[in-house]
Design a protein around this ligand. Structure first.
Ligand code: G2I
Length: 464
């Protein structure tokens, strides 16, 4: 796969949540064991993921591996989100607790959950002054520089092909008025440590978008000006950087800045993506809801704002739980902030809640070798997101290929969790490295976005 193809796969447009309710759907069994679920009308989404996808964005959340056994948590996660950021599990202290000894157990759990549920992953964070293992905290100079480069290389290589975007460097600028770099052991290895980290990440995973991520850079100020200057310089000198993450941790002392959208836009104008990476807003009720809507509208107004991630699911999951900063309360109920966020994603339209989804559950594939595929669509005027579920027959698979026939004039604009050959006509999607092997009856999902009229046929599936 060429690196440009890989980068396309990691671009902004995303599939809706796996359990997307299709407002108006017909289902037909086209061939034995193969089901087509086809949305027939454009519609306002009913989950954060579907609504964001209709606007060409993803909607994500921070996830903690130790909560993946909490059924309420997982129920909301799978229903509402199509991007996950490991909250702590990919950090240096978690992934390299002893020098040269890598532990990916917790992070892999999150990545596996994401892949099994058709979500993508924001990697967080490769190089950061905080949450370093003790051994790294005690290093300096060239020993620390080498250790940092090795860490970036090893972790990005381990997750190569599985990460939509990496926070390559996190929080490297100081607060306050002078726009200086933050003092840290990494900074003291030399001012070029940031670009060295980005180059190492690009070499290790050419398909991932590489982001600089920070807080208190959400409006125009001395700190964001300093980041802006660094990014401008990187773009001018060809240092590989694809995106800037705006953490967007807000409260009454640090509200959504009045120039939030303008600040996103000026970074986008440098020719890279912007992402809202750790959104949470302390508060409650209408005030909190209004602030969430402001953030969402700002992202939607900036064409290169490719997605929004909140920093946790329920208020009780938050790193600052007492501020009740999230979209779901401690019982998993939707808050006013949720409704405002969804409405903003839907362009101010409240989606109908009285129309039940009419998607018929897929039929059980007949026993036998090979594989079957089912297709579900979320459509809007001029485009669609297709989710294809591949299910192995009784022999399991070592690899698979699903073929979809597109109407004339329709093209695949990007695909994820599969590699497409061609973009028009009969398009063949083959497994990627991590989802080719399926045991008997096991399923996996991939997705693609199209411009034009959605396919009306049924994907065929062949196994190897
Ligand atoms: O502080 C909020 C975020 C700011 N931007 C970078 C993010 O990585 C950061 O996330 C937070 C996590 O949400 C917390 O969960 O980073 C904190 C550490 O800097 C995380 O807190 C740590 C606690 O400090 C540890 O005591 C604890 O062992 O979480 C660890 C795992 O629960």
């Amino acid at each position: 796969m060429s690196s440009s193809a890989v980068r396309d796969r990691g671009s902004a447009r995303v599939r809706p949540g796996r359990r997307a309710a299709l407002i108006s759907a017909t289902v037909g069994t086209v061939a034995a064991g193969t089901v087509l679920a086809l949305a027939t009308a454009a519609s306002a989404g009913t989950t954060l993921a579907t609504s964001a996808a209709e606007k060409g964005r993803y909607f994500g959340t921070a996830v903690a591996a130790n909560k993946l056994s909490d059924s309420t948590y997982v129920g909301i996660l799978n229903r509402e989100f199509n991007m996950v950021t490991p909250e702590n599990e990919m950090k240096w202290d978690a992934t390299e607790p002893s020098q040269g000894q890598f532990n990916y157990t917790s992070a892999d759990r999150i990545v596996s959950h994401a892949q099994a549920n058709g979500m993508r992953v924001r990697g967080h964070a490769l190089a950061w002054h905080s949450q370093q293992p003790g051994w790294a905290q005690n290093l300096s100079g060239s020993a620390l520089r080498s250790a940092m480069v090795n860490h970036v290389t090893q972790v990005a290589t381990h997750y190569q092909g599985k990460i939509h975007s990496w926070d390559v460097v996190n929080e490297a600028f100081a607060d306050g008025g002078n726009g200086a770099r933050r003092d840290s052991n990494l900074q003291r290895t030399g001012n070029d440590w940031i670009e060295v980290a980005f180059r190492a990440a690009r070499t290790a995973d050419p398909g991932a978008k590489l982001c600089y991520n920070d807080y208190n850079t959400d409006g125009q100020n001395a700190k964001s000006n300093a980041v802006y200057a660094m990014v401008s310089d990187f773009k001018a000198r060809g240092v590989p950087i694809d995106c800037v993450g705006f953490q967007s941790h807000f409260n009454s002392a640090s509200p959504v800045p009045g120039d939030y959208q303008a600040n996103l836009q000026r970074f986008a104008n440098l020719g890279l993506d912007v992402q809202i990476t750790e959104l949470d807003i302390e508060g409650s009720g209408t005030a909190q809801a209004t602030s969430y809507a402001t953030v969402v509208k700002a992202c939607l107004a900036v064409s290169r704002c490719t997605g929004i991630s909140v920093w946790g699911i329920r208020d009780t999951d938050s790193w600052r739980a007492s501020g009740t900063p999230l979209l779901f309360d401690g019982n998993g109920n939707k808050k006013a902030a949720y409704t405002a966020t969804l409405d903003a994603l839907n362009g101010g339209t409240t989606p109908p809640t009285t129309v039940p989804p009419t998607t018929t559950p897929p039929t059980t594939p007949p026993p036998g070798a090979g594989c079957t595929a089912s297709l579900s669509l979320q459509t809007w005027t001029g485009g669609f997101v297709a989710t294809v579920r591949v299910t192995a027959g009784s022999s399991g698979t070592n690899g698979w290929a699903a073929t979809v026939t597109l109407p004339a004039g329709t093209a695949v604009t990007n695909a994820w969790n599969a590699q497409n050959s061609g973009t028009t006509g009969t398009v063949r999607f083959t497994n990627v490295g991590y989802n080719g092997r399926l045991t008997a009856g096991q399923s996996t999902e991939f997705g693609f976005q199209g411009a034009g009229t959605p396919p009306s046929g049924t994907p065929s599936c062949t196994a190897s």
